[in-house]
Design a binder for this molecule. Structure first.
Ligand SMILES: *[C@@H]1O[C@H](CO)[C@@H](O)[C@H](O)[C@H]1NC(C)=O
Ligand SMILES: *[C@@H]1O[C@H](CO)[C@@H](O)[C@H](O)[C@H]1NC(C)=O
Ligand SMILES: *[C@@H]1O[C@H](CO)[C@@H](O)[C@H](O)[C@H]1NC(C)=O
Ligand SMILES: *[C@@H]1O[C@H](CO)[C@@H](O)[C@H](O)[C@H]1NC(C)=O
Ligand SMILES: *[C@@H]1O[C@H](CO)[C@@H](O)[C@H](O)[C@H]1NC(C)=O
Ligand SMILES: *[C@@H]1O[C@H](CO)[C@@H](O)[C@H](O)[C@H]1NC(C)=O
Ligand SMILES: *[C@@H]1O[C@H](CO)[C@@H](O)[C@H](O)[C@H]1NC(C)=O
Ligand SMILES: *[C@@H]1O[C@H](CO)[C@@H](O)[C@H](O)[C@H]1NC(C)=O
Ligand SMILES: *[C@@H]1O[C@H](CO)[C@@H](O)[C@H](O)[C@H]1NC(C)=O
Ligand SMILES: *[C@@H]1O[C@H](CO)[C@@H](O)[C@H](O)[C@H]1NC(C)=O
Ligand SMILES: *[C@@H]1O[C@H](CO)[C@@H](O)[C@H](O)[C@H]1NC(C)=O
Ligand SMILES: *[C@@H]1O[C@H](CO)[C@@H](O)[C@H](O)[C@H]1NC(C)=O
Length: 428
C-alpha cells in the first residue's frame, strides 16, 4: 500500500515537473500571467480560439503581453479582420512539437500552419526560422548579469523581424508553448520586401521587365536579388538593355519550384526560370552564385526566400572567375560595363521611403556555422525539416530588444515591422 502510494506520488511529481500533460492549452493560457494578453485577444475570436485550443501536435510561439499590446497599439489594428488575425495566429504555430532543446545555432526553417494562399505560397505552409543565439541584447531594467551570456532562442520572420523566446517549454497536453517578446511578421511579396530592403534598382528592373505580378504571386521560389550597388556597377550597360534582355537577366536570378534557404545551399548547379544554370559555391562560410557573393541571406517572402547578392548575374557569360572568399570587391559579370547612376532602371520605381535595417545590412559570413551541405547545389536541408540536435539551453528568460529594430525609421514599413503583424495591416 505504502509502496503503491509512494510510487504514484513520485510518478505524479515526475510527470508534473517533466511534462504537464494534464493541462490544456486553454488552461495554460489562462494560468500563465505572461499570456493573459493573448488570452484576452482570443476571447474576441471564439472560432479562432476553438481551432487553436483543439490543435494537436503543435508548437505555439505565443506573444507576450508586451508584444500583444504593441500589436494593439500599431496603426491599422482597429480595422484588422478575423481572417487576418487567423493568418497571423497560424503563422505563430509550427507543425510538430519543437522543444527548445532541439533548437541549435544552425537556423531551422520550420513550416507553420499558415497555408492560406491569400498570405503565403509556400508548400506545406510558410516558414519561420528558429536558432539559438548568444548575440541577443538583453534589457538592463532587471538584473541581467547572468543572462548576458545565456543563449536565447531567436525566431526570425518576414522582413527579418526577430523575436526572442523569453519563456521556453511550457508544455501542455497537445503541444509546447514558447513565449516570444515580439509579434512575428508574415513574409510579404517580392516587390514590397525589395522596397523594405532598399533594392530599388531591382524593383525598377522588375517593373520595366513586367515581372512584378508574376514574381509577387509565385510559389516556392528562390530569388537572388542584386543590390543597388550591383546594378550601378553595370549602369552603363543596364540603361541600354531591351525589355527582353532585362527579362532574361532577371529570370536568371530566380529558381522555380525550390525554396533554397541558406542552410540547404551547397556546391553544385541549379536551373533557373530562364533555363540558364547557376553554379553555387560555398567556401569559407561564404555563399557564391556564379561569381556573385550572397551578402544578406534568408529574407523570407510570401512565395519563398530571397538572398541579396553583390553583383548582377549574366546569363550569357560562361567564363566566370572562380569565387574567392578573400576578395570582397564585387565581380562585374558583364564585360565592358562600367559604373553609372541607376537613373534609367529606377525611373519606373518609387524611392524607398522607409527601409528595414536588418534587410539593408550586409554580412560576409552567410554560411558560418552551417553544416557543410554535400548533396549538391540544393541539399536535403531545404524546406522546414524538424529541428534536431541536443543543445540544451534556450529561452534565457531575459527580455530583449533588437538594436536593428530600435533604430528603424518610423513610417509605413518601419513602424509596421516594429509591431510585427502590423505589416499585415499596413499592406493588405
Ligand atoms: C516538454 O516536452 C518535450 C517533448 O515534447 C520534452 O522533451 C521536454 O522535456 C518537456 N519539457 C518540460 C519542461 O516539461
Ligand atoms: C499542471 O497543470 C495543472 C492544471 O492546469 C496545474 O494546476 C498545475 O499547476 C500544473 N503544474 C505545473 C508543474 O505546471
Ligand atoms: C507531429 O507533427 C510532426 C511534424 O508535422 C510529424 O512529423 C509527426 O509525425 C507528428 N506526430 C504525431 C504523433 O502526430
Ligand atoms: C492547410 O492546412 C490544413 C491543415 O492544417 C489542411 O486541411 C488544408 O488542406 C491546407 N490547405 C492547403 C491549401 O494546403
Ligand atoms: C499566391 O498565389 C496565388 C495564385 O497565383 C495568388 O493569387 C496570390 O496572390 C498569391 N499570394 C500571395 C500572398 O502573393
Ligand atoms: C538605398 O540605396 C540608395 C541607392 O543606392 C542609397 O543612396 C541609399 O543610401 C540606400 N539607403 C539605405 C538606407 O541603405
Ligand atoms: C548605350 O550604349 C552606348 C554605346 O554602346 C553608350 O554610348 C551609351 O552611353 C549607352 N547608354 C546608356 C543609357 O547607358
Ligand atoms: C514555375 O513553374 C510552374 C510550373 O511549371 C509555372 O506554372 C510557374 O509559372 C513558374 N513560375 C515562374 C516564376 O516562372
Ligand atoms: C565547395 O567548393 C569550394 C571551392 O571549390 C571548396 O573550397 C569547398 O571545399 C567545396 N565544399 C565541399 C563541401 O565540397
Ligand atoms: C558552371 O560550372 C560548370 C562546370 O564547372 C562550367 O562548365 C560552367 O561554365 C559554369 N557556369 C557558369 C555560369 O559559371
Ligand atoms: C564574365 O564574368 C567575368 C567575371 O566573373 C568577367 O571577368 C568577364 O568579363 C565576363 N565575360 C563576359 C563575356 O561578359
Ligand atoms: C504585393 O504586396 C503589396 C503589399 O501587400 C500589395 O499592395 C501588392 O498588390 C502586392 N503585389 C501583387 C502583384 O499582388
Amino acid at each position: 500500500m505504502y509502496t503503491k502510494t509512494f510510487l504514484s506520488t513520485a510518478l505524479a511529481v515526475a510527470l508534473a515537473s517533466a511534462q504537464n500533460n494534464s493541462q490544456s492549452l486553454n488552461a495554460l493560457i489562462t494560468n500563465e500571467g505572461e499570456l493573459s494578453g493573448l488570452g484576452t485577444l482570443l476571447e474576441s475570436y471564439p472560432d479562432l480560439a476553438d481551432t487553436l485550443y483543439s490543435a494537436q501536435n503543435i508548437t505555439l510561439f505565443a506573444p507576450s503581453n508586451a508584444a500583444i499590446s504593441a500589436l494593439q497599439r500599431s496603426p491599422g489594428f482597429e480595422s484588422i479582420t478575423e481572417a487576418q488575425v487567423g493568418a497571423l495566429l497560424n503563422y505563430h504555430i509550427v507543425a510538430g512539437e519543437v522543444p527548445s532543446s532541439a533548437i541549435t545555432e544552425t537556423p531551422t526553417f520550420a513550416h507553420t500552419l499558415l497555408n492560406d494562399t491569400a498570405y503565403a505560397n509556400v508548400t506545406d505552409g510558410q516558414v519561420l526560422s528558429v536558432r539559438l543565439s548568444d548575440d541577443v541584447e538583453t534589457d538592463t531594467e532587471t538584473d541581467d548579469s547572468e543572462d548576458s551570456d545565456t543563449p536565447a532562442v531567436v525566431v526570425t520572420s518576414g522582413l527579418k523581424t526577430e523575436a526572442t523566446v523569453v519563456q521556453a517549454d511550457l508544455n501542455y497536453t497537445n503541444g509546447i508553448v514558447h513565449v516570444i517578446d515580439t509579434v512575428l511578421t508574415i513574409p510579404l511579396n517580392v516587390s514590397t520586401t525589395a522596397y523594405a530592403a532598399n533594392l530599388t534598382a531591382l524593383a525598377g528592373a522588375l517593373t520595366a521587365a513586367n515581372l512584378v505580378d508574376t514574381l509577387d504571386a509565385a510559389s516556392d521560389i528562390t530569388v537572388f536579388a542584386p543590390s543597388n550597388d550591383a546594378f550601378s556597377a553595370i549602369g552603363s550597360a543596364a540603361g541600354n538593355l531591351s525589355t527582353q534582355q532585362l527579362s532574361d537577366i532577371l529570370q536568371y536570378h530566380v529558381i522555380n519550384s525550390t525554396i533554397a534557404y541558406s542552410s540547404s545551399l551547397g556546391n553544385g548547379s541549379v536551373e533557373t526560370v530562364g533555363g540558364g544554370i547557376l553554379n553555387i559555391t560555398v567556401t569559407d562560410g561564404v555563399v557564391f552564385v556564379n561569381s556573385a557573393r550572397v551578402i544578406n541571406a534568408d529574407i523570407l517572402i510570401s512565395g519563398g526566400v530571397m538572398h541579396v547578392i553583390d553583383s548582377v548575374l549574366n546569363p550569357n557569360n560562361s567564363t566566370q572567375s572562380e569565387p574567392d572568399a578573400d576578395e570582397d570587391e564585387p565581380v562585374v559579370q558583364f564585360s565592358g560595363a562600367s559604373s553609372a547612376p541607376l537613373g534609367a532602371l529606377t525611373s519606373g520605381a518609387p524611392a524607398a521611403s522607409t527601409t528595414v535595417t536588418a534587410l539593408v545590412a550586409t554580412t560576409e559570413d552567410v554560411a558560418q556555422g552551417y553544416p557543410t551541405q554535400t548533396g549538391g547545389a540544393i541539399g536535403t536541408g531545404a524546406g522546414g525539416s524538424e529541428p534536431t540536435g541536443s543543445n540544451s539551453g534556450g529561452g534565457s528568460g531575459s527580455e530583449s530588444s533588437s538594436s536593428d529594430m530600435a533604430s528603424m525609421p518610423t513610417g509605413a514599413i518601419g513602424a509596421a515591422a516594429l509591431f510585427g503583424g502590423a505589416v499585415l495591416l499596413a499592406n493588405l
